[in-house]
Design a protein. Structure first.
Length: 301
């Protein structure tokens, strides 16, 4: 196959591993800087241009679109879809998963376990928000935050109320969620490919940090998940419409609760923690599934 890898930084571990895995299997793979692509929107023959040339002859595209360039990145991916190129993850599914509120609404509607969550913009009713959640401690998140940035813990009613009002002063949309104390500052990342969880790890936050993001200094180790956790991860991926994703969940007293579904999960942490060749499994999945025009939405929606 001739594969396009949409990525801003070709030197990242995840991107180097995907290139390595594809080349080991005899495929031709090109890393394309997403923001340097341009589209002839009005053309009757859909095309993408890159470095002065048309991007032609690709069989599949692996979108590794950073959160900060979601709008432009998914526009480029839609054009690949219109051209009949098979996407590992579709543009509509990526956009859906990047909208934290929308993704939680979809998951809740299908019965996936979630922490009790309040969405707010006007924070003048901070007391009522806390009451709805059963009081402090609560986790307060900026709707647009990533990798643990814009996530704070309100440990007492007074502190939580002050933080909610502070975010309100920024005119920001926020999510306020119950704090799952029994998780002990740990979460589970399940790497889903197709209908299977191919690897899973337990992430623990750095000392004095309730966030378990590896970017924030957290640590990871391989873990055996329960059948319920496995089923929850696969169902969450299917609800989002993602073929490949990382599903982050906590172990609560009432079962697994999903925190986020990540459409471009990093591979370094999970591969090093588990020893599993996740990049290879992604390319294997594409070999079995990539077909011209095999896209549910064909760039629509």
């Amino acid at each position: 196959m001739k594969i396009a890898l949409m990525a801003r930084n070709a030197t990242l571990y995840s991107h180097k591993r995907l290139v390595e895995a594809a080349e080991q299997r005899g495929h031709e793979i090109h890393v394309i800087d997403t923001l340097r692509v341009y589209i002839n929107v009005a053309s009757h023959r859909p095309a993408l241009h890159y470095k002065g040339e048309k991007l032609l002859g690709f069989d599949a595209v692996i979108p590794r679109i950073g959160a900060s360039v979601t709008f432009f990145g998914t526009a480029v991916l839609r054009q690949f879809e219109v051209m009949g190129v098979y996407p590992l993850n579709e543009s509509v599914a990526i956009t859906r998963s990047r909208d934290k509120l929308r993704s939680l609404q979809l998951l809740a509607g299908k019965g996936i376990g979630l922490p009790v969550t309040v969405f707010a913009h006007s924070t003048s009713q901070a007391d009522d928000i806390l009451s709805t959640l059963g009081g402090a401690p609560v986790v307060i998140k900026l709707l647009e935050g990533t990798q643990g940035i814009g996530v704070v813990l309100g440990e007492t009613p007074g502190a939580a109320k002050s933080m909610i009002q502070a975010f309100g002063g920024l005119k920001a949309n926020i999510l306020v969620q119950e704090f799952i104390k029994e998780a002990g500052g740990q979460d589970i990342r399940c790497l889903v490919i197709g209908d299977r969880v191919v690897a899973s790890m337990m992430r623990s936050g750095a000392e004095d940090d309730f966030r378990s993001n590896l970017h924030r200094g957290g640590k990871a180790q391989s873990i055996k998940i329960t059948p319920e956790e496995r089923s929850t991860a696969v169902r969450a991926a299917h609800i989002m419409g993602l073929n490949v994703c990382g599903v982050d969940m906590l172990r609560s007293n009432h079962g697994p609760v999903v925190m986020e579904v990540n459409s471009s999960p990093g591979l370094e942490g999970v591969e090093k923690a588990t020893g599993i060749d996740v990049a290879g499994k992604i390319i294997d999945f594409m070999e079995k599934n990539a077909r011209p025009n095999k896209t549910k939405t064909r760039g629509r929606g």
